[in-house]
Design a protein around this ligand. Structure first.
Ligand code: SAM
Length: 291
């Protein structure tokens, strides 16, 4: 039987009615652009491959639009929302779902390990992210080693492109390398502004990041590699050697950097954007040896 989604918040009129009824004022500072297109939500749920075996961590449920779909597909949903003005709305929009827990907190401050502790089920992160903190949220999930099988999120189109691009592309940078060290990115769909209320002034995309069981490259000191990556891209038009030697976080001499590059068969004027993840790992290992 076809599911009747017409009463769900993905129906724009249902969202408008709720917003009016609760006199809800959209907060720009929280990046509030609510989804009003059920087909987009279906695509997100399908891409995340959610089953009743899963615990879903949703970041920023808004009025609960995607949460309604997640609750139907998953075993349980834990949703973290910063805006306390949304809390009374859930009493109505999520009343039919007994497998949803709402946590009123800042996702950047909450202890996610604590939230998902004891969940025998598999954890998947699914969200229409607040765009102003996309990078800190994603990096926080990875760097804190949150045991999530996958992260399926709506982000700004430009950020999705950066996450999945490789050396030589104009979008390639520290975010691409960090994401690809932890996960395999795949852009699921592009989403135009008219799928949201209010409309954002940028295009969006859904990206799925599937966590690697083992990182795709071996590196002796992960932290050092990421410091090198950040230093190399901090000053895009400079050479990688300059970037590393000018970084306050690193203390290698010019000679050490040039030696390592030579050992790798790279010119001392090479730029960070030319190096692959494997090459950054090798550079990091060579620099440790020279210490
Ligand atoms: N999931 C809803 C949807 O798709 O309609 C809303 C998505 S909206 C783009 C982003 C949501 O994240 C908003 O509800 C916003 O209040 C919430 N948010 C913003 N900053 C947050 C933070 N630091 N921690 C938790 N939630 C946050």
């Amino acid at each position: 039987m076809e599911k009747d989604n017409s009463k769900k918040l993905s129906n724009p009129q249902v969202t408008i009615d709720i917003i009016k009824k609760y006199d809800f004022a959209f907060q720009k500072r929280f990046g509030q652009n609510f989804l009003i297109d059920g087909r987009v939500i279906d695509k997100i749920i399908a891409a995340a491959e959610i089953t009743k075996e899963d615990t879903v961590l949703e970041i920023g449920p808004g009025i609960g639009t995607m949460t309604q779909y997640l609750a139907e597909a998953a075993g349980q949903v834990i949703a973290v929302e910063i805006d306390k003005n949304l809390l009374p709305i859930y009493e109505e929009t999520l009343a039919d779902y007994d497998n949803v827990t709402i946590i009123n907190n800042d996702i950047l401050k909450v202890d996610i390990h604590e939230l998902i502790k004891g969940k025998a089920q598999k954890v998947k992160v699914v969200a229409n992210l607040p765009y102003y903190i996309t990078t800190p949220i994603i990096m926080g999930l990875f760097e804190n080693h949150i045991p999530a099988e996958s992260i399926t999120v709506m982000v700004q189109k430009e950020v999705a492109d950066r996450m999945q691009s490789g050396p030589g592309s104009k979008d390639y940078g520290a975010l691409s390398l960090a994401v690809q060290y932890y996960a395999k990115p795949y852009i699921v769909a592009n989403v135009p502004p008219n799928c949201f209320m209010p409309r954002p002034n940028v295009g969006s995309a859904v990206i799925r990041l599937t966590s690697w069981e083992e990182p795709p490259v071996a590196v002796k000191d992960e932290k050092l590699m990421f410091k090198l990556i950040r230093a190399s891209f901090n000053q895009r038009r400079k050479t990688l050697q300059n970037g590393i030697n000018n970084s306050p976080d690193l203390s290698f001499s010019k000679e050490q950097v040039v030696n390592a590059l030579r050992e790798m068969g790279l010119s001392e004027s090479v730029r960070g954007e030319a190096l692959s993840l494997e090459q950054f790992a090798r550079l990091s290992d060579l620099l440790i040896e020279q210490k």
